[in-house]
Design a protein around this ligand. Structure first.
Ligand SMILES: [Zn+2]
Length: 191
């Protein structure tokens, strides 16, 4: 996907680092995350907010596979959302994590907490993708849009990999007769 120019600073910005920002007159502007945060900080008086861009980091999962995480920090009123995600091209894909903090929290402390959260998640595998089966009795993942299903069936992302609803169903059939529990949680919750 093409980079877009931030309508405030004019910098070419990848799509994952832009935000559509509504103005008072009802129009929308495409802003880079830094300009978006600066605007929110100005309008809410959040002068303590550290408006920084965090460098990507690389971490290994428990099977030795390397993952590069990009960060987006968004000021949302009196709270701050810190997202970590992998990219495929310019599109977030794979593992994705979110942490919610207060606007005046130390950004590096939030980053430390988010990295710990990533580390915990990368230390666990739920699916054996070669054998196409669930390793233990728990599967954690994320619900996503499946282009090929037109919104009728979800795509789930488990261990940072996409699993179609059909494939997940096939894996569950090795446990026919067992019980299960389906819990849905906010993107920032710990699973
Ligand atoms: Zn900008």
């Amino acid at each position: 996907m093409a980079h877009a120019r931030c309508e405030q600073c004019g910098n070419l910005t990848p799509p994952w680092d832009t935000i559509h920002c509504g103005s008072d007159d009802g129009s929308y502007q495409l802003l880079c995350t830094l300009c978006f945060n600066a605007r929110i900080a100005e309008s809410t008086g959040a002068t303590d907010f550290e408006n920084v861009r965090l460098d990507p980091i690389r971490m290994n999962d428990c099977s030795g596979e390397s993952h590069q995480f990009h960060f987006q920090v968004r000021l949302l009123g009196d709270r701050v959302a810190m997202d970590a995600f992998e990219l495929r091209g310019d599109i977030p894909a794979g593992y994705r994590f979110q942490l919610i903090g207060e606007y005046d929290d130390d950004v590096l402390v939030l980053l430390g907490r988010l990295v710990e959260k990533i580390r915990r998640a990368l230390s666990v595998r739920h699916i054996d993708f070669r054998e196409r089966q669930i390793i233990d009795s728990t599967v954690r993942g994320r619900i996503e849009w499946d282009e090929s299903q037109d919104g009728h069936l979800p795509l789930v992302v488990v261990d940072g990999k996409e699993v179609s609803w059909n494939d997940l169903g096939r894996m569950l059939m090795s446990m026919e007769g067992w019980q299960f529990r389906l819990d849905i949680a906010d993107p920032s919750d710990e699973l």
